[in-house]
Every structure is written in structure tokens, then in C-alpha cells.
Ligand binder design. Structure first.
Ligand code: MOS
Length: 720
């Protein structure tokens, strides 16, 4: 802690989680926990072929099974009006179309729902679904990205598409020191503890209430309104707590639309909770991605050229893309850079954004390659990065709104004891274990979007703040309360109430992309500031710092004083490049006989502007580091390509870190405000907490063993 104090400007400890007691006592109500009178349960029967058509489907036994109210298939499902119009109910939009359930007899991936059983209990629905038998006309399928790389092409939709080139990237070939290597990140599946949930209840012919696991109640509201051609205000979406999402609830998936459709048919509330098995291919995953990095440097370690290529999987019916290679364009001061990004359509469900989407995959390759280059040059990997530090954005020439990466390197190196690292791999041991140190850098765009916030002083002394944003578990309510409490210093924290997760509240964007503290926090800041001004006007001159709000409102006979404010980022931002940075430092122990890797120490440093809410920020960094350790050492969605089917779609076989895998993690913050981004000076940190971590682990493993693992996860077999 001493070292942290040397570097970190003093900042308050921050408030406790406002919903912490609710969460640990079970009082927090998650979407699956809502019970409605007459509620029914939906369970899917799924395809066991990967590609083809359903030639017949026998639902008679299921229909006769006890407690069954309805069985929906492509033969009888009521039409979803928005589907008929050919509109895309998916938000955010992707090129191509999302899958629509029960509109035709086609099977596009293994495990695709082919029927939905609605029954009066979950168990009865599950049993009835098991009775459904389908016959198929099977076609040849392809699910292997590696094998189908040759089919890959630039995305058509324009997103993340287009090859990038500056200077003469091929210059790397003529460099004094070169690295040319391939890297693989397998399928990663979000696997939050909370399964995907939709509970739909039609309260009138044209009005539906939905409790859902979503990262954005407004986007779910819009998607359902569009699918069922309803006025937006006729759709009510509530999401008070989310038990982890990591990107898999960023868009509205077809099983959610099917649940709303089923509720309309049976005229009773219908609840769908996906099984863990269905989580694997119903709500997206991080796509398998092959990458190649070619880079060259002069003998003194100055980069002369980099080419970063990536090929990822998408589905046969929809184009998913992410910014896998984009960070390579601006991360280092290299005169010549080329990037190529391709996707290959396969007979799988569509991938989606998963924490640090794109960059987490790209940083594994780029930051591994940088480590390989440093090793060949015989220089310290931090020194290599400092020699190639970009002072301005090399992609567009703009100044950075803030960048304190050098300071972050120094803070982390001090804390982990980087000076103990040996340049030559495999030379440090402790009690029979090989010891290695590694580091990796992360980066993610920082910005501010638009949000609307209502803030009201009530005559019972409460400061009520409302907006529709959901909290996916990161502590948004706590951060927003912290921001409000720093403006209304006279109001005790327990009298500040932040209401969220309800589509009838003022609009906020979907929680994702590390933007909510900046965007909603900015709007909370602006709303509280304006409310304070309004109050000052009310009392006239001579107000004190800590006025008695209750007394004043009562005197003026006002039950409440309120403002509603919509705000967004400044246009000045166009003149700057704005990013959050992270540097992850890892110490590993590798057992030379078993190949077991133990992560022994982690220091993650975030350069993410002013830290608004220190306690929840620390949790964000720790959570991201754990996710990164999982990505590096354990996580892999394994498909048997003969059948196009996952073989480890459960928590027993898909490994994620447990407490015993995780050492002490130190979260350090540069904590320098960037007031260009928002009035709090905060930049995002959700994504950077994970981006770069898997490379740090791989680099530490190399430093310990001299073995470079370029294909994640780094399982013991790869080290023997
Ligand atoms: Mo995140 S992938 O922005 O939920």
C-alpha cells in the first residue's frame, strides 16, 4: 500500500455499495425471481442436427403431457408482426438478420430451438419438451473456423471492415529484428452466474410487461415494441438486478421475442429461463479468432512496421464483427502499420460482444508479439513499450485527451517487484517451481453518450435521482450516488436514492462499452448541478453551503423541487483521441513436472481518469483480472466439429477461475482526471480491466519456462 500512496493522489475511500446489503442478504430481486399470478414456464426442444431442414415434427405426446398449455413450432406459432415486416428487432443492429424462431423449418446451428413448450411448471415443461421428436433433412455443416479460414472475407456491413494501411507496413520484413507469429483465441462463453431470463405478461391486447435479464431496458423495450408493432410506451421492461452479463445481454435475442409471443398465445405470464447448456449458443459468445502479427524493429528497439491480421467466425445468417485489430493502429508510435480483418460464416449461432470485445482478443496477439520482440531484442518489455510510446495518436494525428500510460507502467512495475524479473526465461525458481513475470497493456475507447436524468429534492429530505439504466453488477447505483453526494454535500448518502432499471424512467443507454459512468454519471452530475442552482434561486441570495432543504421546501409549500436534464459529451472531443488504458502485471509459478500454472500475484493499473467510486472501481479491476486469468488459462468452448456441437456446455467442463485459482490482486489507479470526457474527469474501466490480461499471463509463463504458448488457453498439456 505504501507504493500506491507514493503515486496515487489522495482520494476518498468512497461510499459502500448502496445495494450491498440487499445483495448479500438475498433481498435483491433478480429477474428470474419475479412471480406473477397464473405464471407459466417455457422450455425449448432443440435441434440435434447442425444444418438442414425439419421434415416433420411430432408434438402430440408433448401436447398431451400433464400441465402443458401450448407447444409452439414453425407449423403453428402465431406470427410476430414485426418479423413479417422484415424488420430487425435486434439492438444494437448487426448486418444480416438475427435468427427468428419458428418462422420456417430451417436449422442453422446445433441446439437451435425448434419448439417451445409452455406448461404450468418448469418441470412439466421440461418433461414435455423431451417428448418432441423431429425428422430432418440433414446437410453438410461447417463449424470449424480454423478449417474454413479460406472462406473468410472482409465484413460487408462496413463495421470494423476495410483494410487499414499507413506508410509501408511491409517494412517489417527488412527490419533488424523480426517477429512473425500466429495466435489463437478460442470461443469464450460469458457464463455469468445468472442465466438469461424473460418473463412476459400481456396486461391488455396491446400492452406487455416484461421482466428480463438485459443490459438495457430501453433497448429491450424498443426491440419488443418493434417486433410486436406496439407503441413503445405499451411495453414495460424492468431489470432491477443483473447477476453478471459481460455482453450477452446487450441485444435482444430471439428466445425473448418467442417468450413474449407465447405469453400472447396462452394469455398467461410466461417465464423462460435458459438452461446453462442453451447459454452457450443462444446468447452469443466471444468468437474463435485466428491472428497473425508480423512486426519488425531496428536494433535499438524502434518499431519499423507492423501487420496485424485476424479472422473470426460469424454465423451463416448474420454478420458479427469486432475491433480485433484496431488497437494496433494507434497503440505504438510505428510509422508503418497495416491491419486486415476478416470473418468466416459458419453453421453456428451468432457470436456477440464479450467483455473487452475485439480488443481482448487483439491485445492477446499484439501484446504477446511485443513480448516476443523484446525477448529477441534482449530488452525489458516495458522498456520496449516506452521506446515506442505514442505521444499523439498515430492513426489520426490527434492529441490524446489524456494518457498516463508511462506512469501506469511505473506504478505496476514497482508494486509487483518487476526488478526481480530475469531477462532470460526459465532462470528463476522458488521451492521447485519456475517463476516468471509478465505484463500486457490494455486499451479501450473512452467517450460520453447521451442520457436523461431526473433529479428531485423531496420534502422528506430525500434526493431522488432517476434514469432507466441497468446495473449489470458493476455498482452503477453506487457510483451515481457518489457523484450526487459530491454535489449535494449537505445530504447524507443514505438520503440519496438512485432509481434505475425501469423503461418508464428517463432514457439512458444500454450498459456496455465502458461508457455508463461517463454517460449517465455526466448526466447525473449535470442534473444535480442544475437542481442545486434551482434551489439557490428559490432561496435567493444568502444561501448557506448546507441549507435545510426540508425546511425550505415546507416553507415554500413545495412537495418537491425537480429538474430533468438531457446531456451528452462536448463537441470539443472531436479534436482528441480518447482512450482508457490498463497495464497488467502478473507473477506466475509453473510446475516443471506437471505444467500446472499458478498465478501468484497480479497488479492491474488503470489509467481511467478520475476514480469516481473507489470501492466499485476496485471490484471492476479485480473482476476483469479474474476474467483475464480465465481467458488465459481455462476458458474454451469446445465443439466437436463432426457434430457441430459443444461438448463442454456446462459449468463442470467449461472452466472458469474459482477462488483457489486467484491470488491477491492489487488494483492501482493513476487517478488523473480527464475533464474533456465529462465533468467528473472519469474514463471507463469495464473493458480495460480484462484487455491485455491474457497476454500478461502468457508472457509470464514464457518468462518462467521459455515456452511461448500462442494458443489459448494455456493448459498444462501445452507446457509439457
Ligand atoms: Mo460489455 S461486452 O460492453 O457488456
Amino acid at each position: 500500500m505504501k507504493q500506491q500512496a507514493q503515486h496515487t493522489p489522495p482520494f476518498t475511500e468512497g461510499i459502500n455499495r448502496v445495494d450491498g446489503i440487499m445483495k448479500v442478504t438475498g433481498a435483491a430481486k433478480y429477474s428470474a425471481e419475479y412471480e406473477l399470478p397464473g405464471m407459466t414456464y417455457a422450455v425449448f426442444a432443440i435441434s440435434n442436427i447442425t444444418k438442414g431442414t425439419i421434415t416433420s415434427i411430432d408434438t402430440k405426446a408433448a401436447e398431451r403431457a400433464p400441465g402443458v398449455l401450448a407447444v409452439l413450432t414453425h407449423l403453428n406459432a402465431p406470427k410476430v408482426p414485426g418479423y413479417e415486416a422484415g424488420k430487425d428487432p435486434s439492438k444494437p443492429p448487426t448486418t444480416g438478420g438475427p435468427l427468428k424462431f419458428f418462422v420456417d423449418n430451417s436449422v442453422k446451428y446445433n441446439g437451435q430451438p425448434i419448439a417451445m413448450v409452455v406448461a404450468d411448471s418448469f418441470e412439466r415443461a421440461t418433461y414435455a419438451a423431451s417428448l418432441i421428436k423431429a425428422q430432418y433433412n440433414k446437410q453438410q455443416h461447417e463449424t470449424d473456423t480454423e478449417k474454413n479460414k479460406f472462406k473468410a472475407a472482409a465484413p460487408k456491413g462496413g463495421r470494423n471492415g476495410g483494410d487499414y494501411k499507413r506508410g509501408t507496413p511491409d517494412d517489417w520484413k527488412a527490419a533488424a529484428v523480426k517477429v512473425e507469429q500466429e495466435y489463437v483465441v478460442p470461443i469464450n462463453v460469458h457464463n455469468p452466474m445468472e442465466l438469461s431470463v424473460t418473463l412476459a405478461h400481456w396486461t391488455a391486447d396491446d400492452k406487455v410487461t416484461v421482466y428480463a435479464k438485459t443490459q438495457g431496458v430501453k433497448s429491450t423495450q424498443n426491440a419488443i415494441a418493434q417486433a410486436f408493432k406496439l407503441p413503445v410506451e405499451n411495453v414495460q421492461v424492468t431489470t432491477k438486478f443483473v447477476g453478471g452479463a459481460f455482453g450477452n445481454a446487450l441485444r435482444t435475442w430471439p428466445h425473448e421475442i418467442a417468450t413474449v409471443q407465447a405469453a400472447k398465445l396462452v394469455k398467461r405470464p410466461v417465464k423462460t429461463v435458459l438452461t446453462r447448456e442453451l447459454q452457450f449458443n443462444t446468447v452469443g459468445y466471444r468468437p474463435y479468432t485466428w491472428q497473425k502479427v508480423s512486426m519488425g524493429a531496428s536494433a535499438d528497439g524502434k518499431l519499423t512496421g507492423i501487420i496485424h491480421e485476424a479472422t473470426a467466425q460469424t454465423s451463416s445468417f448474420e454478420e458479427f464483427t469486432e475491433g480485433t485489430v484496431n488497437m494496433t493502429r494507434f497503440m505504438y508510435a510505428c510509422p508503418s502499420v497495416g491491419t486486415v480483418y476478416k470473418i468466416t460464416p459458419l453453421d453456428v449461432n451468432t457470436p456477440t460482444w464479450m467483455r473487452g470485445p475485439g480488443e481482448a482478443t487483439g491485445a492477446f496477439a499484439l501484446e504477446s508479439a511485443m513480448d516476443e520482440l523484446a525477448d529477441k531484442l534482449g530488452i525489458d518489455p516495458i522498456e520496449l513499450r516506452i521506446r515506442n510510446h505514442a505521444d499523439t495518436d498515430p492513426e489520426n494525428g490527434k492529441p490524446f485527451s489524456s494518457k498516463n500510460l508511462k506512469e501506469a507502467y511505473e506504478m505496476g512495475a514497482d508494486k509487483i517487484g518487476w526488478s526481480k524479473r530475469k531477462l532470460k526465461p526459465g532462470t528463476l525458481t522458488e521451492d521447485g517451481w519456475l517463476i516468471g513475470y509478465g505484463m500486457g497493456t490494455g486499451v479501450f475507447g473512452a467517450g460520453r453518450g447521451r442520457a436523461t436524468v431526473k433529479a428531485a429534492l423531496l420534502d422528506n429530505g430525500t434526493l431522488l435521482i432517476q434514469t432507466s439504466v441497468t446495473d449489470i453488477g458493476v455498482g452503477t447505483g453506487t457510483a451515481m450516488t457518489q457523484i450526487a453526494s459530491e454535489i449535494f454535500t449537505g445530504i447524507p448518502v443514505k438520503k440519496i436514492k438512485f432509481e434505475l432499471g425501469d423503461s418508464s424512467l428517463p432514457p439512458s443507454p444500454t450498459q456496455g462499452g465502458s461508457t455508463i459512468t461517463s454517460t449517465v454519471g455526466g448526466a447525473v452530475h449535470d442534473a444535480c448541478t442544475q437542481l442545486k442552482e434551482k434551489f439557490q434561486q428559490l432561496i435567493g441570495n444568502g444561501g448557506t453551503d448546507k441549507p435545510d432543504y426540508v425546511k425550505v421546501l415546507k416553507e415554500k409549500n413545495l412537495p418537491q423541487l425537480e429538474v430533468t436534464v438531457t446531456s451528452s459529451g462536448s463537441t470539443e472531443m472531436r479534436n482528441f483521441s480518447s482512450y482508457s488504458y490498463s497495464v497488467h502485471f502478473v507473477k506466475v509459478k509453473v510446475h516443471p513436472k506437471t505444467g500446472v500454472v499458478r498465478v501468484d500475484n497480479v497488479v492491474s493499473v488503470a489509467d481511467s481518469g478520475h476514480i469516481v467510486s473507489p470501492k466499485t472501481a476496485r471490484s471492476q479491476i479485480i473482476g476483469g483480472a479474474i476474467g483475464g486469468i480465465g481467458m488465459a488459462l481455462m476458458e474454451e468452448g469446445i465443439m466437436d466439429h463432426r457434430y457441430g456441437r459443444y461438448v463442454n456446455n456446462n459449468y463442470a467442463d467449461y472452466h472458469v477461475p474459482i477462488s483457489a485459482d486467484i491470488p491477491q490482486i492489487d488494483a492501482l489507479f493513476v487517478n488523473k482526471p480527464d475533464y474533456r470526457v465529462n465533468p467528473m474527469g472519469a474514463k471507463g474501466m469495464g473493458e480495460i480491466a480484462l484487455i491485455g490480461m491474457s497476454a500478461a499471463v502468457a508472457n509470464a509463463v514464457y518468462n518462467a519456462t521459455g515456452k511461448r504458448i500462442r494458443e489459448l488457453p494455456i493448459t498444462p498439456d501445452k507446457l509439457l
